[in-house]
Design a protein around this ligand. Sequence first.
Ligand SMILES: Nc1ncnc2c1ncn2[C@@H]1O[C@H](COP(=O)(O)OP(=O)(O)OP(=O)(O)O)[C@@H](O)[C@H]1O
Length: 243
Amino acid sequence: MNVVEASGLGKRYGRTWALRDCTLEIPAGRVAALVGPNGAGKTTLLNLAVGLTAPSTGAVTVLSGRWAGSSAALDGIAFVAQDTPLYKGLTVADMIYLTRNLNRRFDQAYARARLDELGIPVKRRAGKLSGGQQAQLALTLALARRPRLLVLDEPVAALDPVARHDFMATVRAAADADGVSVLLSSHVLTELERVAGYLVLMSGGQVRLAGEVDDLLGTHGKASLEELALHFLRETQTPEVTR
Ligand SMILES: Nc1ncnc2c1ncn2[C@@H]1O[C@H](COP(=O)(O)OP(=O)(O)OP(=O)(O)O)[C@@H](O)[C@H]1O
């Protein structure tokens, strides 16, 4: 089973191709990492996969053939956009209440237990939590929806090393214990090293390399995901694709 399948997928903004000729199959049951420089097209691909934007060319399906953005697809996906979107003026308890009421499925007991474990006070306003706590809150709300596919756009960019480590440990645990497939974009290669089983390297709006991390390391004779990614990204660095 594939959690994302793209065929000839492209997205154009005016003269800029944010994503072009993307044909990709991301298998289920993995933490899949999207890696690439700024402007590579990672957010665009994630937004297309979760149905936030429509393709200019081609098509994308998720969770074994459901059209991206359809209610069947959205039912199985939880998405945390860049910059930890939370209502900063609401308390944690209110965020739980709101998320529960906006979603058909929401495991409140799980959310409460997890926040308790993390020592995140439910009476505090979301905007008053530390960056790491805000990221953990957004992740908890997403996981409490019990998704089959969790999509995270740059989830650890603003976090310190300890918070990054803890966040990724939670992601890994969700994938291992609950069988959640994860698709995430990140620039933090050292953290990806520990969690990612599948890698998609992008630059200039195109997918340059995709596959199981172990296979790619073997094929390309690299010792680590970081070494592999740096090698390919240096080789394929291109300016924006325009026409
Ligand atoms: N709404 C938009 N309107 C115009 N251009 C856009 C829009 N969204 C993205 N782009 C352009 O598409 C390209 C890819 O952007 P995208 O945000 O997908 O890259 P990214 O890999 O996520 O970058 P970053 O690592 O900086 O988040 C960039 O050149 C960007 O300027």
